[in-house]
Write a protein that binds this ligand. Structure first.
Ligand SMILES: [Zn+2]
Length: 368
């Protein structure tokens, strides 16, 4: 499918705030240039019109505390080897650099750390990653860190502890984007109380439409957007519809014992734990209801209703999710989303904002 509306196509930038493609590319067989089974590769990027992407260096918390930095560096290395190639992706750290990459018709690649555990409780390591060109970090993944609570577990610190406050303060000083996706509500509130910078939730949905802790309640959406923040809508059906989340949770119950055994046996081998979790994750979505692009648009509409049209955009989570809406199966499908937004009554100007300009303007606030 191609974007039909020529006028809309003209200044459209498609810019997504979160993908896990670096992890997929660790597979030595997989190329970024050729068409592959992954969600994001150059062939599909050309088809769908993607211009810019934030690539997450996601490290499974199982690698913490001793192997997380190594894993993040391997992910960085794989992007250098497979994505940042002449004629393809170019790493950027400011919107000025991004502008010049777009003028060359290349893919602008931003980098983020997914999971505060990666810095192994060290502000120096945080600074080191910043010096590598990484411009954002989610405070947690699905497990609590030694300094911040995640939405995926019961609270350990009641938000941020004193080390967490120091790390967040340093991020603010550096001009590193504080990404609150995955964090618990209380962690987000603590970040609000102690900082004055705009915050990003790179790949989070609205709890009002899908009532799970991983999604944002309306009051936090209001706070984030009230401070010129950004929220990228996640395409994972489990985070879009509560009935799908419930079906998936039932599947997890079925495999829980099997999975616990693997964890127990492989305690010291994060690679095997990581693989077992991916396998479980695949089984997790088996037989769940099918949905289409409108489920994504529902969340965009809701977040725009609560926070205004300038705060919402894309946080696909491509290559980090193993099921998608049936007509939004990879980056080649972005024209379907544009079409869907048009049918739902968004104007060309609003669609440009949602598809990329909002994220661009959000990041512009951090240019140094
Ligand atoms: Zn994530």
């Amino acid at each position: 499918m191609k974007i039909q509306n020529e006028r809309l196509k003209k200044d459209l930038i498609i810019f997504d705030a979160h993908c896990d493609t670096a992890n997929v590319l660790l597979d030595p067989q997989l190329s970024f240039i050729k068409r592959e089974q992954s969600h994001v590769d150059m062939e599909k990027i050309k088809e769908g019109g993607l211009n810019a992407q934030i690539f997450a260096l996601w490290v499974n918390p199982a690698y913490s505390p001793y192997q997380a930095i190594k894993k993040a560096l391997l992910l960085y290395h794989i992007l250098e080897k497979k994505v940042f190639l002449p004629g393809y992706g170019i790493k950027v750290t400011t919107t000025i650099e991004m502008g010049s990459v777009l003028r060359k018709n290349r893919l602008a690649c931003w980098l983020s750390l997914e999971g505060g555990h990666i810095i192994e409780n060290s502000i120096e390591i945080l600074e080191f990653f910043y010096s590598l060109g990484i411009r954002s970090m989610t405070l947690t993944h699905s497990k609590n860190t030694d300094w911040a609570d995640s939405s995926g577990e019961s609270p350990r610190w009641d938000g941020l502890n004193s080390l967490g406050r120091k790390i967040v303060a340093r991020m603010e000083e550096l001009g590193m984007v504080i990404d609150v996706s995955h964090a618990s509500d209380k962690t987000v509130e603590d970040v609000f109380d102690m900082t004055s910078v705009p915050l990003m939730a790179s790949h989070s949905n609205a709890r009002a439409l899908c009532d799970i802790p991983r999604n944002l309640p309306d009051d936090l959406i209001k706070e984030i957007t009230g401070r010129k923040g950004f929220i990228g809508v996640n395409f994972f059906p489990v985070f879009l519809k509560k009935n799908i989340f419930d079906q998936a949770s039932k599947n997890v119950e079925k495999y829980k014992n099997e999975y616990q055994n693997i964890i127990q046996v492989n305690k010291k081998n994060p690679d095997l734990i990581n693989k077992a979790e991916w396998d479980l994750f695949r089984k997790y979505v088996r037989g769940t209801d099918k949905i289409d692009v409108n489920a994504v648009i529902d969340h965009i509409v809701h977040i725009a209703d609560i926070g205004g049209i300038d705060c919402v955009g894309l946080g696909s989570d491509f290559d980090g999710i193993n099921s998608t809406p049936s007509d939004l199966i990879d980056v080649s499908c972005y024209p379907t989303l544009v079409e869907g937004l048009t049918l739902r009554g968004f104007t060309a100007k609003e669609i440009r904002k949602i598809m990329g300009l909002n994220l661009f303007h959000f990041l512009k606030q951090f240019d140094r």
